[in-house]
Design a protein around this ligand. Structure first.
Ligand SMILES: Cc1cc2nc3c(=O)[nH]c(=O)nc-3n(C[C@H](O)[C@H](O)[C@H](O)COP(=O)(O)OP(=O)(O)OC[C@H]3O[C@@H](n4cnc5c(N)ncnc54)[C@H](O)[C@@H]3O)c2cc1C
Length: 472
């Protein structure tokens, strides 16, 4: 039977018979061989035994109980926007995209409860209409809430934590089919905030939100040496701050966002133009040209910097100005180093690229995140500087990623769970002081390892009960 590819993401066909995103009349299941899952970056794929799209918690309970009784592994998947293999299994996959309702909106307490399959894009629209906004957002809004918090998705602010730090409660359907509500009085919530999909199927999430506000985005070019020297100071110079550096340019673009009451100047058509014309056609074309003729990469990058890393200012809602136009397909890895080592990390990347003559075709992104107490958060216990190392396929990719990984690990960097990742349980224990508690919680909730996959086996150590290779 022909396998239909599932390529999540905004421009991709949906799995199975093509249906409008919200139009499904009922839950649905596609059985063995009918579906092939492919993640956004097309770096990970799987042919699950079954693909389920339940519409209710009762159905999720029935699905996990059946899988448990059959001794099968089962994995919840969000929008498939992780580069790592964290979401895949050859067992059964459950996608909550049909469970995306707003359940409770408590304006006075500043909290909302949503079904975990709601995409961030829908969440921010609903909140905005109600005069509310999340205090932090990352670069895109395609992820489902359950998937975004699983890997500690973050934006860039030392005043705010990552999206997981907004979580005030979750409902889990455990692998045995029990319904478990965790709130802030339960210390297990610190484990579930960054859950890696290892604790059960998250069906609802309670999030902290704020009254709606506008942000002024200001972009300034800055010499790279100055950025390296003053990184900590720059990071604190506004509520939201990030930097882009496109090697081998000697300038970075400094992005700062401050709350404002100035009139809104954001233009949606300009954002769409960036997405469709600049990123999907022009930038993607330059990336292909650079891959075919690598010597062109440095001059093309300099031209891009001259054209784009310029003074710029606009005012808009957080969901308008904090995310970026959807980039062309590419590969990513990312490490969170202690904030005070951010400058050294950036300098190290500069030396690596220069010494090895690497032709890097996408920007290095430098972001900042407040410390938190989620057991497996990359920001656990310390404010961090996140170094995002990005590259579209080309001959220098492997050398760049290997060199950057070695450098950032050396500086005590913790990897982003949703980006390219190779890590052992021993490293997890060395990097995260509370890893043992997370492992104990995962084993208590999932004693037969039903929610595990190969990556989680590596991260958490061997599954409590071995499963046959076919189920991995
Ligand atoms: C173009 C692009 C830009 C990005 N920008 C950022 C950024 O700015 N900041 C950042 O930090 N990250 C960013 N990411 C990474 C992304 O936010 C994370 O990888 C995120 O986890 C993906 O969410 P998802 O819904 O696609 O989940 P998936 O990738 O499908 O799954 C991620 C994990 O969540 C689990 N999961 C999903 N739903 C459930 C559920 N209901 N119950 C239990 N487990 C579940 C899966 O099993 C898996 O372990 C970006 C990714 C892309 C492709």
């Amino acid at each position: 039977m022909m396998r239909r590819p599932f390529m999540p993401g905004p421009h991709a066909p949906m799995p199975g018979p093509h249906a409008p995103y919200h139009a499904g009349p009922a839950s649905r299941t596609l059985h063995a061989m009918a579906v092939r899952f492919v993640n956004w970056s097309q770096t990970v794929s799987a042919c699950p035994l079954a693909w389920h799209e339940p519409r209710s918690e009762e159905e999720v309970v029935a699905l996990v109980r059946r899988a448990d009784a059959a001794g099968r592994r089962v994995k919840a998947v969000g929008s498939g926007h992780s580069w790592s293999s964290i979401a895949v299994t050859a067992g059964e996959m459950i996608c909550l995209r049909r469970m995306d309702r707003l359940l409770v909106l408590d304006r006075s307490a500043g909290r909302v409860t949503v079904e975990a399959g709601m995409r961030l894009g829908k969440l921010v629209q609903l909140l905005w209409c109600a005069g509310l906004a999340p205090p932090i957002l990352g670069s895109i809004l395609e992820q489902q809430v359950g998937g975004a918090i699983a890997t500690a998705t973050h934006g860039s602010s030392l005043q705010h934590g990552n999206l997981s730090s907004l979580v005030m409660g979750v409902r889990l359907i455990t692998p045995a089919g029990e319904v478990l509500d965790l709130d802030e009085r339960d210390e297990r919530l610190q484990g579930a905030r960054v859950h890696l999909g290892a604790l059960g199927v998250v069906t609802r999430v309670v999030l902290r939100v704020e009254p709606a506000f506008l942000l002024e985005e200001e972009v300034l070019p800055l010499p790279l040496p100055e950025a390296i020297e003053r990184l900590g100071q720059l990071a604190r110079s506004a509520e939201y701050v990030k930097l882009w550096w496109l090697p081998p340019s000697q300038d970075v673009a400094l992005f700062r966002y401050r709350r404002t009451e100035a009139p809104r100047s954001y233009r949606r058509w300009a954002h769409r133009l960036d997405e469709v014309v600049v990123n999907r056609l022009l930038f993607a074309g330059l990336l292909r040209l650079g891959a075919a003729v690598p010597v062109l990469v440095p001059p093309m990058n300099r031209a891009v910097v001259r054209a784009y890393f310029k003074r710029w200012r606009q005012v808009g809602a957080p969901h308008e100005v904090l995310p970026v136009a959807m980039p062309p397909r590419h590969r990513e890895m990312e490490y969170a180093v202690p904030l005070e080592l951010g400058g050294e990390a950036l300098r190290g990347l500069q030396v690596l690229i220069r010494q090895r003559g690497l032709r890097v075709n996408m920007p290095v992104e430098v972001r900042f995140v407040r410390g938190d107490d989620a057991w497996l958060s990359p920001d656990f216990g310390r404010p961090s500087c996140h170094l995002g190392v990005y590259m579209a396929e080309c001959s220098d990719l492997r050398a760049y990623f290997d060199g950057a990984r070695a450098l950032l690990r050396e500086l005590g960097g913790r990897p982003h769970w949703g980006k390219e990742l190779s890590i052992t349980a021993a490293e997890v224990d060395r990097l995260w002081p509370e890893a043992g508690r997370f492992r104990a919680l995962a084993c208590a909730l999932d004693p037969r390892g039903r929610m595990r996959n190969e990556l989680l086996d590596a991260v958490l150590g061997p599954a409590p009960e071995p499963t046959s290779a076919a189920m991995r």
